[in-house]
Each structure stands twice: as C-alpha cells, then as structure tokens.
Design a protein around this ligand. Structure first.
Ligand code: FE2
Ligand code: FE2
Length: 161
C-alpha cells in the first residue's frame, strides 16, 4: 500500500509540476520527492529497454540506479530535518512508478530529459541553501551533483542517437 500522503499529488505529472515550485521543502515535499526519485528507476529502465546499443543502455541504467540512491538520501534528509522515518517505496507501492512500454527514443526527447536533470541540480542546490542544515544540505547537494551528471550523460546519449 502506498505511504504517499493522500493530500499530495498522486500522479507523476502532478508531482513534477508541484516540486519545481518548492523553494524550501516541507516534510511533505521531501516525502513526495522520495517517491518521485524512486520512480525514476522505472522510467530509465524503460528507456534502457528501448536503447539502440549497449553504450546508451548503460547510461540509462546508471542514471536509474542513482535515482534510487537519491530517494534514500532524501529520506535521510527528512529524518535529519523533521525526525520522521519514511521508507523508500517499492515500485508496487509507488503511484508515480511506471515502466512505459511505448518508448520511442529521439534526440529531442533525450535532450528534454537532460534539461530536466539539470533543473534537478538547480532545485537541490536551492533547497540545500534555503534549508541551511549542514548534513541534510550536504545530502541534497550530493543529489544535485549527480543530477548534473545525469544531465550531461543524457546530452551525450542524445548525441549518439
Ligand atoms: Fe534524482
Ligand atoms: Fe536524475
């Protein structure tokens, strides 16, 4: 069963639209982010399945793995900031999780995701600055750095398509 609080957006589009408006995350925002990050693995898994070669597939798989790590770091930040225990959900318990079956990879689509990843870096950096909590902000900045890496890898992948 989903532990995503019922008053938070229940779709991945709703969650994505909300999260980019947040400048200083509340406990709810961090819970939403745990779910959103954990869902990243499904999307990247589907992209990997549709990848035209091993090099591009490896890029998607690496990004997907790291998204799960991001979910764990956000959960740790939530504990540090709000003293709440909140597990990273399994795919079956995550309403944001999807494994799209009809993925058609294009340069434009991958470039678009690269831009979202880079925006993720900016968002984490903003949160880290505004929260000003030594350890939690360090965790969020580490996520941000990896999002930047995701963006750069995706730009590389787009160049290979
Ligand atoms: Fe992430
Ligand atoms: Fe990412």
């Amino acid at each position: 069963m989903s532990k995503l609080p019922a008053h938070l957006p229940q779709t991945v589009d709703g969650a994505s639209a909300h999260i980019y408006t947040v400048t200083t995350p509340s406990a709810d925002d961090l819970k939403l982010m745990v779910f959103l990050e954990a869902a990243g693995q499904g999307f990247y898994g589907a992209f990997a399945e549709a990848a035209p070669n091993d090099e591009i597939r490896a890029i998607f798989n690496k990004n997907g793995q790291e998204e799960v790590g991001h979910a764990h770091r956000v959960s740790r930040a939530l504990k540090l900031l709000f003293n709440e225990d909140f597990d990273v959900p399994e795919p079956a318990d995550n309403p944001y999780y999807a494994w799209p079956k009809d993925v058609v990879l294009s340069k434009d689509m991958i470039s678009g995701i690269a831009q979202q990843e880079l925006a993720g870096d900016a968002l984490y950096d903003l949160w880290a600055t505004n929260l000003g909590h030594e350890e939690a902000s360090r965790l969020l900045r580490r996520n941000g750095k990896e999002e930047k890496g995701h963006g750069e890898r995706m730009q590389r992948a787009a160049g290979m398509l």
